[in-house]
Design a protein around this ligand. Structure first.
Ligand code: F6R
Length: 600
């Protein structure tokens, strides 16, 4: 949530900040701003709305060589110009951008800043006013910055400029992501490497509660006590073209279409030269050792986790519980002797999941993170990481990360089963190759799916998705996809559960999408369809080849039954995409949302 970019260099400051913010817009997009510092002082430009509006408002004459920028997802205070970042101290000497939530901002305000007039409702303004107050004591920006950071409780990634110093960008972080990008004669900071790939691919990691002084020609990392830390930079292996839409109208459509390629990437990355499954030995040992796996995730990743539970239990014979991260932290179940925690997260930055990770590490339990961003917080702080190899996912609605998560979970399940000596007639690499081809067939049926979307969702207020066993989990993900991008109220239900109350909502014409991909429940789900049709529902049945019946609207190519979620979710993604498109919704940046949820 919220994106930060900062630059110190020779020229083009505004353009570098604006381009960086455009790449970070997925992190929040209700308001934005930049501050630049040059010979003629600090210039702050802010808007309510998107970076495009900011770009129009920015003064092109400005020749600054240092600056900071921010795109916001509101936490404290409504989206407005006043609450947009950057924020300034009362004298305008200090200017700050911040991502995160300061938990003790009220206490800090009371203790240090009672005489200060605040212009915004944000917790961020408290930080910059505090720095100014502490500057009066220390007469040193570095010391004031350091003391302010030591007083903050909560999550933050911060970039600060001092109007009296064109040589330094002051930087710190705690729990929120932030990286330093390294260049020749310039350096950058960003919430995500994607924001600065045009300028560099060399980065320096920052750890929590470090102070970083970023100059044009050097970067100094220190502890809060001023001890200098030496750290080697790393090269980010992201292809800049992966972060562009190309000829696609939306990132979401591009990412839906990329799913066959992602499956093939996963097959390639998880096999050795002999074409056999390849997995980290330590992960294998941890999987063999555990007596119960706890999958912790949020949103779409938790729905992938539900499919993962079925795969691990059915293939590797280990009991699995799936928990929503935001609940687990406050309501922990009784744990067995040897639990293994499996975090699933596209971004690797989800604050709710991280809160659980911190807690279970305190208890001494091992953690494995499945993420699309190796090097992210959840990846760094867990004992083991399994990368998803899906490439950057930019649309707020997750698509290719969901299918990548399920594919990697299937590989993990099979590897564990083999290590435990369980005999299987299931080769995941071969089965995933079949899935990739099936995905391609479905993504080539866009016209048909667009037509179905128009027919069922054009004017509806609500919709239901039903399924049994594996299909139930996909129904939940399908409903989330539809509601988050088209704003149609949608629910995913277990087919047999509707009649225990929710069927009261079925009226003439209510769309009910039913999935029929599981042989053992094919007849029962069709019975559930009859129940809603008898009450006026407009049923759309999607089935697997071999289980289809005459009334089915869409038939999926055959894949291994355990892997059907990988293909059945694709028509769901496309139905939601076209519903949003036809309602003129902002497909890639739905209202009220942000891609990386870094606040609890
Ligand atoms: C929905 C969506 C979210 C995320 C959730 C967790 O399309 O993308 O529900 O799945 O916010 O995010 P990650 O996977 O980054 O932890």
């Amino acid at each position: 949530m919220c994106g930060i970019v900062g630059y110190i260099g020779q020229n083009d400051t505004k353009e570098i900040l604006l381009t960086g913010l455009e790449k970070l817009e997925y992190r929040g997009y209700d308001s934005a701003g930049i501050a630049t510092l040059g010979e003629d002082g600090v210039h702050v430009t802010k808007v309510k709305g998107r970076i495009a509006a900011l770009r129009e408002k920015v003064d092109n004459e400005n020749d600054a060589t240092i600056g900071i920028g921010h795109t916001r997802w509101a936490t404290h205070g409504v989206p407005s110009v006043q609450n947009a970042h950057p924020h300034q101290s009362s004298t305008e000497r200090f200017t700050i951008v911040h991502n995160g939530v300061i938990e003790n901002y009220m206490a800090l305000k009371k203790e240090y800043l009672e005489d200060v007039d605040f212009v915004s409702e944000t917790d961020t303004e408290v930080i910059v006013q505090l720095i100014e107050k502490l500057y009066q004591k220390h007469k040193s920006t570095k010391k004031a910055f350091g003391e302010a950071m030591s007083l903050l409780k909560g999550s933050y990634a911060i970039g600060l400029i001092d109007a009296e110093d064109q040589e330094t960008l002051y930087v710190s972080k705690n729990k929120s992501p932030l990286l330093v990008g390294l260049g020749e004669g310039f350096n950058l900071i960003a919430s995500d490497a994607m924001a600065t790939l045009k300028e560099t691919n060399e980065y320096l990691e920052i750890f929590d509660k470090e102070i970083v002084l970023v100059n044009r020609s050097f970067v100094e990392v220190q502890t809060l006590d001023g001890e200098v830390i030496n750290r080697e930079p790393f090269i980010a292996e992201i292809d800049a073209s992966d972060t562009e839409k190309g000829t696609y109208p939306h990132f979401m459509l591009k990412e839906i279409d990329e799913q066959p390629i992602v499956m093939r990437n996963i097959i390639r990355e998880y096999q050795n030269e002999k074409g056999e499954l390849k997995l980290d030995k330590d992960i294998r040992k941890a999987m063999q050792k555990t007596d119960r796996i706890y999958i912790i995730a949020a949103g779409t990743s938790s729905y992938a986790g539900l499919v993962g539970k079925e795969l691990i239990e059915k293939i590797a014979n280990i009991p699995v519980e799936v928990h929503i991260a935001s609940e687990f932290s406050y309501n922990m179940p009784l744990l067995p002797e040897k639990p293994l925690f499996l975090f699933i997260s596209q971004s690797g930055e989800t604050a709710d999941s991280r809160a659980v990770l911190v807690k279970i590490k305190e208890l001494g339990h091992p953690a494995l993170t499945l993420t699309n961003v190796p090097g992210s917080t959840l990846s760094r702080e867990a004992n083991y990481t399994l990368p998803l190899h899906a490439g950057p996912e930019i649309a707020v609605a997750s698509t290719k990360a969901y299918t990548a998560q399920i594919a990697v979970l299937a590989i993990l399940a099979v590897d564990t089963a083999r290590a435990k000596g369980i005999k299987l007639d299931f080769d995941p690499l071969q089965e995933l190759a079949i899935v990739a081809n099936a995905m391609e067939i479905i993504t080539n049926q866009k016209e048909e799916l667009e037509q179905l979307s128009n027919e069922y969702f054009a004017s509806t207020r609500n919709a239901f998705y039903i399924g049994r066993s594996m299909d139930y989990h996909v129904a939940q993900e399908a409903a989330l996809k539809l509601k988050e991008i088209s704003y149609i109220q949608a629910e995913g239900f277990a087919g047999g559960e509707l009649k225990h109350g929710t069927i009261a909502l079925i009226e003439d014409g209510t769309p009910v999408v039913a999935l029929a991909t599981q042989e053992n429940v094919n007849y029962s789900i069709r019975g559930n369809v009859q129940e809603v049709v008898a009450r006026g529902a407009n049923a759309l049945i999607i089935s697997s080849k071999g289980l289809e019946q005459d009334e089915d609207a869409f038939v999926l190519p055959p894949v291994h039954e355990l892997l059907t979620p990988l293909v059945s979710v694709i028509p769901m993604q496309l139905l939601a995409y076209y519903a949003a498109l036809h309602r003129d919704c902002d497909v890639d940046k739905p209202r009220n949302l942000a891609k990386s949820v870094t606040v609890e």
